[in-house]
Design a protein around this ligand. Structure first.
Ligand SMILES: Nc1ncnc2c1ncn2[C@@H]1O[C@H](COP(=O)(O)OP(=O)(O)OP(=O)(O)O)[C@@H](O)[C@H]1O
Length: 312
């Protein structure tokens, strides 16, 4: 299958360096979440991969080739960059048919992707009557038209209702399970953690993180355990005696810092302390991301930059 390879990629717009010596690969068979604050360079990187802009230096290739050198580009790469780009006076079906015809794709794909995107019943409606969420679904349908190996989606859940958000999440996971290469930018941390297996994080055009999701979470959080017992006093004494720190939360549970459930469970069992609940607390992606942003000067300076646009 096909990887996206970005190598020493740099893009300058006048005095603004939007992408700065960026190197990473997006591999097949997993969903890669593409994160970073406004203006970090995510959309620019995607545009460079799609050959919509020319790099100042470096390269961005798909299966080792520039986008422009691909034989049947829509069969190799499907992308959603700007869902507003479709012509409003066309029907959804005609828009997709025009795309299919001009790219040598079978017309039968049009009905398949309309159904896939949940637009089967409104295929004959003009795009200008579509809500933002329906346009987003149409953009995703267009991205899937060529049954591509590589799918790149910029903020795909923009405007989608909760049902649409679940749909796009399941779709991306399925595309990855099918062995495709899936790159998805988002500002929404909870959502990204629900579908991404791998993360690439940018700050001011530079690469800050290129890690599996779990490794990123582990690298940015200390282990901690949530525990509930009928013998709080004894548990606290035993654990503090072992040098562990405990904090009682409002709901009567204890949080043990710097420990794992196996360790706390074994100590409690040895002491004969009944345990009602024992769970490793997982850092959320949002916590890990905020921890990273607190560390990285790229984020601080990006946030202070007048060029930074407001988050939608
Ligand atoms: N066509 C352009 N001309 C001039 N500057 C541009 C152009 N496109 C992007 N930039 C600048 O490049 C930087 C990176 O922007 P980009 O849109 O790639 O960031 P992003 O990470 O996608 O941001 P967002 O999360 O807001 O979508 C910004 O400073 C932006 O203003």
């Amino acid at each position: 299958m096909t990887s996206i390879d970005v190598h020493e990629l740099t893009k300058e717009y006048g005095a603004t360096r939007a992408v700065d010596h960026l190197t990473f690969s997006v591999r097949p068979g997993r969903v890669t979440g593409f994160l970073g604050p406004n203006g970090a360079g995510k959309s620019t990187t995607m545009r460079l991969v799609l050959g919509l802009d020319r790099p100042t230096s470096g390269s961005a290739t798909i299966g080792g080739k520039n986008y422009a050198a691909l034989d049947h580009p829509l069969r190799r790469v499907g992308a959603l960059l700007d869902a507003q780009a479709a012509h409003g006076s066309r029907t959804a079906r005609n828009h997709l048919l025009a795309l299919a015809t001009s790219n040598g794709l079978a017309a039968g794909r049009v009905e398949a992707v309309l159904e896939e995107a949940g637009l089967g019943r409104v295929g004959g409606d003009r795009i200008k009557t579509f809500s933002l969420g329906m346009r987003q679904r149409l953009g995703i349908a267009a991205a899937l038209l060529g049954d591509p190996d590589v799918v790149m989606l910029d903020e795909p859940s923009n405007g989608l209702d909760p049902e649409g958000i679940i749909w796009i999440r399941e779709l991306m996971k399925r595309l990855a399970r099918e062995g495709r290469t899936v790159l998805v930018s988002s500002h929404l941390m909870n959502e990204t953690s629900s579908f991404a297996d791998h993360l690439v994080v940018l700050g001011r055009g530079r690469l800050l993180v290129d890690l599996p999701m779990q490794e990123f979470l582990d690298s940015r959080s200390r282990p901690r355990v949530r525990v509930r017992t009928t013998e709080s006093g004894r548990l606290r004494d035993v654990l503090t005696g072992k040098g562990l720190e405990l904090v009682q939360s409002d709901d009567g549970r204890w949080i043990v810092e710097g420990a794992r459930a196996e360790e706390v469970g074994a100590i409690a069992a040895f002491e004969g302390i009944p345990i009602l609940e024992l769970t490793d607390e997982q850092a959320t992606l949002e916590q890990a991301y905020l921890d990273l942003t607190a560390d990285a000067t790229e984020f601080a300076s990006a946030a202070a930059s007048p060029a930074t646009r407001q988050e939608a």
